[in-house]
Design a protein around this ligand. Structure first.
Ligand code: AMP
Length: 297
């Protein structure tokens, strides 16, 4: 295609910025792939065109994504909410994507005598998120001394640089490794699809953005449900229907034995094990579980 080495793209192309290399990259590429968007190999490239959709994907540092989106350098971005909040850029939050979950957390040394955030008044707090941290403590009316550190924030208490840190935590293993314990959550984060406000109003781009949103929602819905097929006692169908409120209603099919029916339902992933247990209590047998590839609600 003409223009693969420049950003002089046809006007009807939507540009999406994603993290070039880091925690979100693999899941983001997987989301694009599952949504049927075939992008060319990206290593060593700034951007790639999508083969089967008018989309160009830019590979950049994730810290820069909110600014690129708010400035309209790109129409869309996929980035952690933590960066959207910290950079304070004006962007439209279109869709939480349910990966890259983490919390921005106040943490203190395990041995610390501090028991609540009020006791941090007058103390030094090290963080890579100074704006979010400042706003958080101001809202609580606690006056702290914020020290901005660009990396390895978790080592600062041991070095005597700070009494507490505010850092991203997902599994908590990094805190443990540094003998720190969480004290308070500042922000819950996950990856978000964000948009340049004018792009979602643009008459050529808006339909393309809507189409991408539909695809992403289809993938995410599918991930949050499992499809179950089972044999169930006919008399328990009302109780089973009540259990499975995820989608509109189960499909109930007769079998050769009038006392048994075949039931097909989609159950929410979050409640999956609980529902399976209940289905077994209700006498269901031969419960077959399959993943759903796409689901449009
Ligand atoms: P990184 O590749 O380390 O720059 O992280 C990219 C993004 O992953 C962050 O901005 C967060 O949105 C998200 N993330 C999820 N878990 C963590 C974590 N434990 N530490 C840092 N970032 C995390």
């Amino acid at each position: 295609m003409k223009g693969t080495n420049t950003l002089q793209l046809p006007k009807e192309h939507v540009k999406l910025a994603i993290q070039k290399e880091g925690r979100l990259t693999e899941s983001t590429l997987e989301l694009l792939h599952t949504a049927g968007l075939h992008i060319e190999a990206y290593k060593q490239r700034l951007f790639s065109s999508c083969r089967n959709f008018p989309l160009t994907v830019l590979f950049v540092r994730d810290d820069d994504i909110p600014e690129y989106v708010s400035e309209g350098v790109v129409d869309l971005g996929i980035v952690g909410k933590n960066l959207v909040v910290e950079t304070q850029q004006v962007v439209e939050e279109l869709l939480p994507l349910n990966y890259g979950h983490c919390t921005l957390t106040v943490a203190i040394p395990r041995e610390s005598s501090i028991e609540n955030i009020q006791q941090l008044a007058g103390r030094k707090i090290a963080t890579s998120y100074p704006i979010t941290t400042k706003k958080f403590f101001e809202e609580q009316n606690i006056d702290v001394d914020i020290i901005t550190i660009s990396g390895s924030v978790e080592v600062t208490p041991a070095l005597g640089v700070a009494s507490a840190i505010v850092d991203l935590v997902s599994t908590g293993s990094s805190l443990k490794l540094n003998d720190l314990v969480p004290l308070k959550t500042v922000l819950q984060s996950q990856s978000l699809l964000i948009a340049h406000p004018a792009s979602v109003q643009d008459e050529t781009k808006a339909p393309l953005i809507d189409s991408l949103l539909m695809r992403f929602r289809g993938v995410m819905n599918a991930r949050s449900f499992k499809y179950i097929m089972m044999n169930a006692p006919t008399k328990n169908v009302p109780a089973i229907t009540e259990l499975c409120t995820g989608l509109r209603s189960p499909t109930v099919l007769p079998t050769a034995d009038p006392e048994w029916v075949a039931v097909h339902i989609a159950v929410p992933e979050d409640d999956f094990w609980n529902i399976i247990e209940q289905l077994r209590i209700l006498g269901s047998q031969g419960i077959l579980v399959t993943p759903i590839e796409k689901l449009f609600l």
